[in-house]
Design a binder for this molecule. Structure first.
Ligand code: PMP
Length: 382
């Protein structure tokens, strides 16, 4: 096939994709940050940068150079895992190169054939990936509805299911900013002699004592596994999974994404450990964010007549994909980096602006954003 023919084929493929999916494009960073997950501003924290620079200077390698079970196991990984277990109060902790990988690893490995894997309807794509990789029967339950989860367990038992029950939920949902009924889900797991898997991606560093998340206090229990991502409020990248030692041993010995992947960068392990220290030492970061969240909630009500989520993730659901993207474009043009989110990231018909509040924006910026958004929504409605 000539180069010309090959090019023609790729172009046709791309056009086909474009017709079916409305292709997404990569864009850079500009404008005031209302889009990142750098909630407490740690990505550029002088202390975090200094910790990484000092480690680099002291000879910590940039790359792990191999898998954890071969030569890739660096002292920085072990130090972080020991500190994370202490910090979160769990028996053990494991460090992964990202939250996506960690969900794939944990959900794909721990639930066994014959078990019931219950997942909240709005759970992250990476949990679905874990379910696909694993051997348990996945069943979705209505969002944040512990009663619906219990009904699903009853149906599983009535159909003769005798396996273990695993309940997977996020503690704070990434696209809606609402919280899971964690206490109810844990009580349900307890009653069933089952397990609770909590993804704290958007809560770690933001909520709980020292930023330990919304499941703080559950860790250390023998039926709870918690995922803390290090790429959001913790300002680096990677993920820490806290869990009982017996489950950590299963992952280390059985989990393909753990065994067959290059270990995370030791420098990122250093960054994550430093982030835990900063989360303890600088509570004012969480306090400042909480004040900004309260202020933004008031402004959202005043300018857009919408109820705030109560967290740092404020969805403004507009429904139509084109409208959501047009509104995001208008705000970006005015210097506010707000992103539109469309299906399939969110359910059909719920395209939205996902306004993310971080310490990279201040109250005047929030005021300017909501004044403009309120005016734009009124104009669209007129
Ligand atoms: N879980 C949730 C709830 C998330 O929002 C994300 C990131 N979008 C992940 C897991 C994946 O984490 P990471 O970006 O560290 O791979």
């Amino acid at each position: 096939m000539s180069d010309q023919d090959r090019l023609g084929r790729y172009e046709a493929m791309l056009r086909g994709l474009e017709r079916r999916h409305s292709l997404r494009r990569l864009s850079g960073r500009s404008g005031i940050d209302f889009a990142s997950n750098d909630y407490i501003g740690l990505a550029t924290s002088p202390r975090l940068k200094a910790a990484v620079a000092a480690a680099l200077e002291a000879g910590v390698p940039v790359g792990a150079t191999g898998s954890r079970l071969l030569r890739g196991n660096d002292p920085a990984h072990a130090a972080l895992e020991a500190e994370a277990a202490r910090f979160f109060g769990s028996e053990a902790a494991l460090f992964f190169s990202g939250g996506y990988m960690a969900n794939l690893a944990v959900i794909g490995t721990l639930p066994q054939k014959g078990d019931l894997l219950l997942m909240d309807d709005l759970i992250h794509a990476s949990a679905h990936e874990g379910a696909r990789a694993g051997r348990a029967e996945p069943v979705l339950f209505a969002h944040n509805d512990a009663g619906a989860a219990e009904d699903a367990i009853r149906a599983f038992r009535a159909a003769g299911g005798t396996g273990k029950v695993w309940i997977a939920a996020e503690s704070l949902y990434s696209m809606d900013g609402d919280r899971a009924p964690l206490a109810d889900l844990l009580a349900l797991a307890d009653r069933q002699d089952g397990f609770l898997l909590v993804d704290e991606a958007h809560a770690t560093g933001v909520y709980g004592p020292d930023g330990r998340g919304l499941a703080a206090g559950f860790e250390g229990r023998e039926n709870v596994v918690v995922l803390h991502t290090c790429g959001k409020a913790m300002g680096g990248s990677g993920a820490l999974v806290t869990l009982p030692k017996v489950l950590a041993d299963i992952i280390v010995n059985r989990c393909r994404p753990f065994i067959f992947a290059t270990a995370p960068s030791p420098l990122m392990a250093v960054a994550a450990q430093a982030a835990l220290t900063i989360m303890t030492d600088e509570p004012e970061r969480r306090e400042r964010l909480a004040a900004l969240v309260a202020h933004a909630g008031r402004r959202l009500r005043e300018t857009c007549s919408l109820a705030p989520s109560g967290s740092q993730i404020l969805p403004v659901i507009v429904g139509d994909n084109g409208r959501a993207m047009a509104l995001a474009g208008l705000l970006q043009h005015a210097g506010y980096d707000v992103r539109g989110v469309r299906p399939p990231t969110v359910p059909p018909g719920t395209a939205r602006l996902r306004i993310s509040l971080t310490l990279n924006a201040d109250q005047p910026a929030v005021d300017g954003l909501f004044d403009l958004l309120g005016a734009a929504l009124r104009e669209q409605a007129a």
